[in-house]
Design a protein around this ligand. Structure first.
Ligand SMILES: *Cc1c(COP(=O)(O)O)cnc(C)c1O
Length: 392
């Protein structure tokens, strides 16, 4: 049995998405910038896809800029607001400690350019407090960027409230909604956001494609110079097949959102039920405000990497947290941000479920994880020490 339980890292391409892409990969291969029939056909597909994704988040087609994915959208959003602010002498940015590296590393780069960054606490439940955002805003603040849902622990942020505060104070508000779109309701108006990042491969679309929503009136800054694609804001011949595949996947995901969430959260809850009894374990992040499919746990006395390898040997594909952090020995910045001690953060496991998983697979996970944890603890000097301390 091969169980893919790493859907926060990437997802399987849906049949609907693949089918939608095929004509563009085969006969309708035109360049949307070409004036001839073949080009104009491709342009029609492109604009139809733009309209589809715009409608699905309550935006206008002109507010959508296709990008190579979530990382590019985050980079472009942050630099847009930062340089717009700098022109008015405003060089302060507010974000949170547990953002994706696409956000945090862009902020690091801007700090080297003279911007100041405030990273808000996310507390033990993994949720930003709107009043902290309000208190952090100064006359110098040009941007607030807070993710809609966290990619490691799945906690959902009070985006509409934070957006309202930013609106009232006249500060641009961006949200990285990469984990949210297609999984929980996302509407740019209800959420009071000015900019929002999306990536297709997190909702069963193709990799290497996403978009940035930018509210009318905010002049977008280019990251890539060249041709006049995306209204001059993102040069390069459009990846028409991927864009159409993204629109099809997003439509499917958003239209079936409630049904999928029900099915997926039932599987996630089975995991919680089956694993929460493991001695000296913890579930990371708020249990109520979370994505339907994400579960993050820590097991004391073991290394997450060893756990992953042994689970992989049993056909279970999981993660220790962020795909970017896996392979390095640093514990997850997300777990540290919610106050998990370094030693315990090393023993983390993220299971992320999609509608392609089955209850039978959950049973396999629920049986395997305790066995593997027990085995690893039986050979762990750290665990031996914990047990000794406990007995004395
Ligand atoms: C996956 C992810 C990204 C990066 O998106 P790519 O399309 O892979 O560049 C950004 N933010 C979050 C929250 C993510 O989960």
């Amino acid at each position: 049995m091969l169980v893919y339980a790493d859907n926060a890292a990437t997802t399987k391409l849906s049949e609907k998405s693949l089918d939608a892409m095929m004509p563009l990969l085969k006969e309708d291969y035109g360049n949307p910038s070409s004036l001839h029939t073949v080009g104009q056909k491709a342009k029609e597909y492109l604009e139809e896809a733009r309209e589809t994704v715009a409608n699905l988040i309550g935006a206008k087609p002109r507010e959508i800029y296709f990008t190579s994915g979530g990382s590019e959208a985050d980079n472009q959003a942050i630099r847009t607001a930062a340089y717009l602010g700098a022109k008015k002498g405003k060089k302060h940015i507010i974000s949170s400690k547990f953002e994706h590296h696409a956000v945090l590393h862009t902020l690091n780069a801007l700090e080297k350019e003279g911007f100041t960054v405030t990273l808000l606490d996310v507390y033990s439940n993994g949720i930003v407090k709107p009043e902290d955002v309000e208190n952090a805003i100064t006359d110098e603040t040009c941007l607030v960027t807070i993710m809609t849902a966290n990619n490691e622990i799945g906690t959902i942020q009070p985006i509409a409230e934070i957006g309202k505060i930013c609106k009232d104070k006249g500060v641009i508000f961006h949200t990285d909604a990469v984990q949210a779109v297609g999984h929980i309701p996302v509407n740019v108006n209800d959420m009071n956001v000015d900019m929002l990042s999306v990536s297709a491969h997190k909702f069963h679309g193709p990799k290497g494609i996403g978009f940035l929503y930018v509210k009318t009136g905010i002049p977008v800054r280019n990251l890539i110079e060249g041709g006049a694609q995306e209204r001059g804001k993102r040069a390069g011949t459009e990846n028409t097949a991927a864009i159409v595949g993204m629109a099809a996947a997003m439509k499917d995901a958003v239209e079936n959102l409630d049904e999928t969430a029900k099915k997926v959260s039932a599987m996630r809850d089975r995991l919680i039920d089956g694993l929460k009894g493991i001695e000296r374990s913890r579930i990371n992040g708020d249990l109520e405000n979370r994505l339907p499919g994400t579960l993050n746990m820590c097991f004391e006395g073991i290394e997450g990497e060893s756990l992953l390898l042994l689970l992989d040997a049993r056909g279970i594909c999981a993660s220790s947290g962020s795909a970017c952090t896996s392979g390095s020995l640093d514990p997850s910045h997300v777990l540290l941000s919610i106050g998990v001690p370094v030693e315990i953060a090393h023993g983390s496991l993220r299971l992320s479920i999609s509608e392609y998983n089955t209850m039978e697979e959950m049973e396999h996970i629920v049986k395997s994880v305790p066995e593997v944890v027990s085995y690893l603890r039986s050979i762990s000097p750290v665990w031996e020490k914990i047990m000794k301390e406990n007995n004395n």
